[in-house]
Design a protein. Structure first.
Lengths: 304, 182
């Protein structure tokens, strides 16, 4: 039987090798590269518990460590606002450069785009992206920007124990069956409440705090808190932001990271679209940090 | 595989991603072509996979595991493109007839078309595991990693895929002996 099996495997491998090589792989690469400017990379909240730069920092985080992430994707921070709370005025747009290096940001003209670290002083800050500029308040000292997309606050001597991300792409797909990857029937343009309900009713989700109404910058919205999903299969899909392909921007249970982590989500209706903000906490989040998160969310001004 | 390129691509460096894509594309096309049995669909799957990789790169936790991660995305893209193209009917497979005669069809030359027809009757799951194991010569552990399934499942899937393939070839050699189940 083994000899027969080996003979068949040999024949099979010879047959598979017959396919030959594709004549012009470069043409395929060129077509893909041409689409890269339009294909935005995922830089949403799901980087927060294990993004490539954070891994080393997050591994040691364990008990009593609060991690919070506020996400507004594809953005970079700009100059601190000139005035105090409520008196911010938009700064000139600063063109980000890849050669940016770590710089304390107190009074500095720019932070970003993705690679830059820098300390943040309390007060109004701007962020921009997707042809939009908005502002928010850094409530207290101790926060700094990291990777240009997240705010970081140290705790107990660890510079990465508290993290804040900036992103804002709402998912367009919520998976009803996370193992079979079947999507929930969402309206083409769901309201904040509809999306929140879909998230809370999906079998993939573990709801810690059910949806409740919220207002940010005078816009109505919903907030809810999810716990780490109890994944029962590989590729346990929670949601995706794939308007053009079903597996683009898939957020999996694996990417959730720490099993004790929770994620608070704010979904706000603004300008005919949904804004998606998240704040994520590690085990036993500190009350102070939760308050700072709420203050930051409530301070967002989308039309400064 | 250059981890530094992966990290740079994760940070949005399109040039770094282009180099990764240029390196991976010939392999991807070869795998997709063999799974999907259609070069146009394979090309679509490869493009889809590469774009998906670009979008999702920042979510890759371990840059050093880029290769296995990339294979997973490619296989998923093959599934999606294959379903869209409807080039096969995965509900139909072949089982050996109970009264199969003791014959050794592999002692003789197997017609390429026989293998082609038999292979097309395999489900996508089975095709993927066969291609990764017998075309890319991956270990069972590597196949399992690429398909995001346990090694035991990969081994079992390969066993049944080869059995189904052999049975299909045998049935093809003996017209009228095939058993079609759905």
């Amino acid at each position: 039987v083994n000899e027969q099996h080996d003979a068949f495997a040999h024949v099979l491998e010879a047959w598979l090798d017959l396919g030959g090589d594709y004549e012009d792989p470069d043409a395929v690469v060129e077509r893909v590269v041409a689409q890269l400017p339009e294909a935005r990379q995922d830089r949403q909240a799901w980087g927060m518990f294990g993004g490539p730069v954070m891994r080393g920092a997050l591994n040691p985080y364990s008990a009593a460590v609060a991690i919070f992430v506020m996400a507004v994707a594809g953005l970079w921070l700009l100059a601190p606002a000139g005035g105090g709370l409520g008196s911010a005025s938009p700064p000139p747009i600063v063109t980000p450069t890849a050669s940016a290096t770590a710089t304390p940001t107190s009074g500095s003209p720019s932070i970003g785009p993705w690679f830059l670290d820098g300390n943040l002083v309390p007060g109004a800050r701007y962020y921009t992206g997707d042809d939009r500029t908005a502002s928010f308040q850094v409530p207290v000292s101790g926060w700094r920007v990291d990777q240009g997309v997240r705010l970081v606050k140290g705790h107990n001597g660890d510079p990465f124990l508290t993290l804040v991300y900036l992103a804002h792409l709402p998912p367009t797909v919520v998976y009803d069956d996370p193992c079979r990857h079947t999507a929930m029937n969402l309206p083409a343009e769901p309201s904040a409440a509809q999306l929140a309900v879909a998230l809370s009713e999906s079998d993939a989700m573990h709801v810690v705090r059910p949806p409740v109404p919220v207002t940010i910058d005078g816009r109505v919205g919903v907030t809810l808190t999810l716990g780490a999903p109890a994944a029962t299969c590989d590729d346990y899909w929670l949601w995706a932001d794939g308007p053009t392909c079903p597996d683009c921007g898939v957020f999996t249970a694996e990417e959730w990271g720490d099993p004790d982590a929770t994620m608070a989500i704010w979904i706000v209706e603004a300008g005919g679209e949904l804004r998606w903000l998240t704040a994520s906490f590690g085990p036993a989040p500190l009350d102070d940090i939760q308050r700072e998160v709420e203050q930051t969310m409530e301070s967002i001004d989308w039309d400064p | 595989m250059d981890v530094d390129l992966v990290v740079r691509a994760q940070r949005g460096d399109a040039d770094a991603f282009t180099r990764l894509a240029s390196d991976a594309t010939p392999r991807f096309l070869g795998i997709a072509h063999r799974i999907l049995r259609d070069i146009d669909v394979a090309e679509d799957a490869t493009q889809r996979a590469l774009l998906s990789m670009w979008r999702r790169l920042p979510t890759l936790h371990e840059p050093e595991r880029f290769e296995a991660w990339a294979y997973r995305i490619l296989i998923r893209a093959c599934y999606d493109e294959g379903r869209a193209a409807r080039r096969w009917d995965p509900a139909v497979s072949l089982l050996p007839a109970d009264d199969a005669e003791e014959v050794d069809p592999f002692g003789a030359v197997i017609d390429r078309d026989q293998l082609e027809r038999a292979f097309r009757r395999l489900s996508l799951d089975h095709r993927a595991v066969v291609v990764l194991r017998h075309y890319r010569h991956m270990s069972i552990e590597e196949v399992a990693d690429a398909l995001a399934i346990p090694a035991g499942t990969a081994a079992s899937r390969l066993h049944y895929a080869l059995r189904a393939l052999r049975s299909a070839v045998e049935a093809d050699a003996r017209p009228g002996r095939e058993v079609i189940v759905s």
